[in-house]
Design a protein around this ligand. Structure first.
Ligand SMILES: Cc1cc2nc3c(=O)[nH]c(=O)nc-3n(C[C@H](O)[C@H](O)[C@H](O)COP(=O)(O)OP(=O)(O)OC[C@H]3O[C@@H](n4cnc5c(N)ncnc54)[C@H](O)[C@@H]3O)c2cc1C
Length: 496
């Protein structure tokens, strides 16, 4: 049995389900509302599949105005709302609750404007990540953040989770590539923040929205930076006898001043699984493999790869393989990008997402192995080495009683370890429910209180994505304080 506590549904909302469905149908049309059980099942979980809840009802609006009508209605009636993109979140961020309306943006997936001269594209937020690069690719441009789930995940989810990807080392993650959003607040107000220009005046509200995990409003449109694609790019693979040497190699490459587009790491178990799946030509006799990609003209690529090879040579690598063709490069990346799916063929897995300062890599990898062995579980490590974002995949059997608990316990220990060496709980997958109860490992009560006050500014009744991100007892205490303040204010007003 998974062990994370979920809030109990509000019985008064459940009792009004039929009325709520009818109201929503009249607001946005019957075709936008999914009320039958089979239809709702498709929305009952995200990629953290151990947790499932059948939503009250699902609404798939086609316009910002429709989203606005739904939120306004939910606010007036005190109904919770969970925003949803493609449901690929790995932290339970898109998990619904039985008393919540799921508002999915998947129908809102149009490209609204492409401006190559000013290097931006304006899109509806339900567009998939890959579809943005596909749309601007014909002009020789691309959208940089590239989560491995990019074929399915939406820009809306990427913005909510501040998603990253293998190629974010050079170009930054979502927050560095989103210029503006249109967001619907819980009372239905439609707000535009930022736009196709740099650094708007005033507070940087855009930075607050990106990474806010569907807690502040529903993003319906975004303006994103698009970049001209480099002339070419090529990966190389470097295998080492130990993770320590691979870690040292990464530190030396970055320290030399070269910023490759990507530096990815796989340990021996991960290499074996991915090779079996993708036939990428990964060396199987090494303990740690780096995939390093550089870009530029043919000459620049050759120079940079040769320089990186010379740095690696000092650490006596067991293998250096430079991709010799576009087909080989595609295979190398296919193996890496399919890594989660490849592990999923063998076993259920719990994907952790801590970050660490790079110099702690050997120590942390050793400790991760120890932790998993102590819980009787296997682990494969695959991660964005250039920016120290670890993804240990803790393997377990969900059908064996107690194994999910063990995986969650091992995962919690791993994240505490990341924080203890100066890292943090999440690099790119968000807090969701998965890391909610670990927030105190990273933040003091004061830190949490400040963050919750910001949430209250956007959503005073805590209707948006309730039960996520903040420990439930901290939220209950904050709401009780707010209630007491309101009563004091009402009493003072009455007395005056
Ligand atoms: C195989 C696999 C590989 C992955 N690889 C990566 C990776 O390389 N890098 C990475 O960062 N992540 C990765 N992920 C995690 C996941 O794909 C990302 O978190 C992604 O951004 C989620 O997008 P989504 O559209 O599926 O959002 P959902 O899962 O539907 O929602 C995610 C969060 O966004 C909120 N949300 C959704 N829509 C809106 C909206 N319109 N307005 C406000 N909030 C909203 C939800 O409430 C939820 O909190 C991977 C997942 C899988 C399954």
């Amino acid at each position: 049995m998974p062990s994370i506590e979920l809030p109990s549904p509000d019985a008064s909302i459940l009792a009004r389900r039929n009325e709520i469905i009818r109201d929503l149908q009249s607001l946005v049309g019957v075709h936008c509302v999914i009320a039958d059980e089979d239809g709702r099942r498709a929305f009952e979980t995200d990629a953290l599949t151990a947790y499932k809840r059948l939503p009250l009802v699902v609404v798939l609006p086609s316009t910002t105005d429709e989203v606005s009508k739904v939120l306004k209605y939910a606010k007036v009636n005190g109904i919770k709302v969970v925003a949803r993109g493609a449901g690929t979140s790995l932290s339970g961020g898109a998990l619904p609750s039985e008393d919540a309306i799921v508002v999915g943006v998947s129908k809102m997936n149009k490209v609204l404007e492409i401006d190559y001269e000013n290097r931006f594209a304006r899109v509806e937020s339900g567009i998939t990540n890959l579809a943005i690069s596909d749309a601007v690719g014909r002009g020789g441009f691309f959208y940089a953040p590239d989560p491995s789930s990019q074929i399915a995940c939406t820009l809306a989810g990427n913005i909510a989770m501040n998603s990253g990807g293998a190629h974010c080392l050079k170009y930054g993650v979502t927050t560095n590539n989103v210029l503006g959003v249109k967001i619907v607040l819980m009372d239905g107000e439609i707000v535009e923040i930022g736009g196709p220009f740099l650094e708007p005046e005033g507070y940087d509200l855009l930075a607050l929205i990106v990474g806010s995990e569907g807690q502040f409003g529903i993003v319906t449109e975004a303006t994103v930076r698009i970049l001209r694609a480099a002339e070419g790019a090529r990966p190389m693979m470097i295998g080492f006898e130990s993770s320590a040497k691979a870690g040292m190699c990464v530190a030396r490459i970055i320290g030399s001043g070269i910023i490759p587009v990507a530096i990815e790491f796989m340990d021996r178990p991960a290499i074996a699984v991915c090779e079996d799946f993708a036939k990428a030509g990964y060396p199987l006799d090494v303990e740690a493999l780096l995939i390093i990609e550089v870009e530029g003209s043919e000459e620049e690529i050759s120079d940079r790869l040769a320089y990186i090879a010379s740095i690696a040579e000092e650490l006596s690598p067991q293998a250096i393989v430079v991709s010799a063709s576009a087909a080989q490069s595609a295979r190398i990346w296919k193996g890496r990008k399919a890594a989660f799916g490849a592990v999923g063929r063998l076993s259920d897995y719990y994907c952790m997402d801590g970050t660490i300062p790079l110099t702690h890599l050997p120590h942390v990898l050793e400790k991760i192995s120890e932790i998993c062995a102590r819980h009787g579980l296997r682990v494969a490590n695959i991660f964005h080495a250039g920016d120290g974002n670890l993804h240990p995949l803790v393997m377990y059997d969900a059908n064996k009683p107690g194994e999910t608990d063990k995986a969650e316990a091992a995962g919690a220990e791993i994240l505490k370890l990341c924080v203890s060496v100066g890292g943090c709980l999440t690099g790119e997958h968000g807090v969701g429910i998965e890391k909610r109860d670990l927030m105190r490992v990273q933040f003091s009560e004061t830190d949490l209180a400040v963050q919750m006050r910001i949430k209250s500014v956007f959503d005073p009744d805590w209707l948006l994505n309730n039960g996520k991100v903040f420990p439930l007892d901290a939220v209950a205490a904050a709401l009780a304080r707010r209630e007491a303040e309101l009563q004091r204010a009402t009493g003072a007003a009455a007395a005056a």
